[in-house]
Design a binder for this molecule. Structure first.
Ligand code: KIV
Length: 260
């Protein structure tokens, strides 16, 4: 049996300057192919609300949905670190957050849980961390707040918002976050955040100067209605799904993806 990578090893990779990879998966078969192709970490993202369930946003996704998909992924990829999203309104107050994180870890076999965050969640992250829950703080574009944001556009474009994201990342690391995920922020900001925190920074639409990349698996397979400009259809250059995932892994590791 392969030795599973742990979050400590991901932190080691950052210290060694070695990039690592993450892809979303929501079912056992694609999770199994991710593991075979050498993906370091799988995200059971609440993006499943849109790409699997067909909703317009991630807001309708429930904790039960996340547990169901996380269990399938865990069966398919037993030896890969699995990060599972806390869905909308599942961590609005501390006891609720702890109960739901426990479900994702005990029933869904998550090794890390991800929260769409801000500095206001510092105390919650400390509480989760003290209880042995590894946490990834998701900053930048936070799709669960779409009804407040009004669009899925880039965040941190002006100085005030960029400073806030940078300060939030430092504050949440201090609070106990084990990883930071930055979605759709300028590459210069992602680079600054990556240099300012000692925990690994995973980027999506955040340029190349981060410690790891994540994409939605359907985007790399060209199976999405709309492929965001920061993603790439790797299946166009491969002869199988596993081959496409391998190409993504190689391209992130050798620094050819993303190109900017
Ligand atoms: O839910 C998800 O898939 C995500 C990624 C887009 C980072 O949060």
């Amino acid at each position: 049996m392969a030795h599973p990578i742990t979050i400590k090893q991901l932190q080691q990779k950052k210290q060694n300057g070695e990039k690592f990879t993450m892809l979303t998966a929501y079912d056992a078969t694609l999770a199994m192919l991710c593991e075979k192709a050498g993906v370091d970490t799988i995200l059971v993202g609440d993006s499943l609300g849109m790409v699997v369930q067909g909703h317009d946003t991630t807001v309708p996704v429930s904790v039960d949905d996340m547990v169901y998909h996380a269990q399938a992924v865990a069966r398919g990829a037993p030896n890969t670190v699995k990060m599972v999203d806390m869905p909308f309104m599942s961590f609005a107050y501390p006891t609720q957050a702890i109960d739901n994180a426990a479900r994702l870890m005990q029933e869904g076999h998550a090794e890390v849980i991800k929260l769409e965050s801000g500095a206001h969640q510092a105390d919650l992250i400390t509480e989760l961390s003290r209880n042995g829950v590894p946490v990834c703080a998701h900053l930048g574009l936070t799709p669960q707040t779409i009804h407040k944001l009004g669009s899925y556009g880039k965040r941190g474009k002006d100085d005030a918002e960029a400073t806030q994201i940078l300060n939030d990342a430092k504050r949440l690391e201090q609070a106990g976050a084990d990883l930071i995920l930055l979605e759709c922020v300028p590459a210069t900001l992602a680079k600054a955040v990556t240099a300012s925190v000692s925990v690994p920074v995973i980027g999506i639409g955040a340029g190349r100067d981060v410690d790891a990349q994540v994409l939605v698996i359907y985007d790399i397979l060209g199976a999405s209605d709309y492929i965001p400009s920061f993603a790439k259809n790797f299946l166009a250059e491969a002869d199988s799904i596993e081959g496409a995932i391998r190409l993504y892994v190689q391209s992130v590791k050798n620094g050819t993806f993303p190109s900017v």
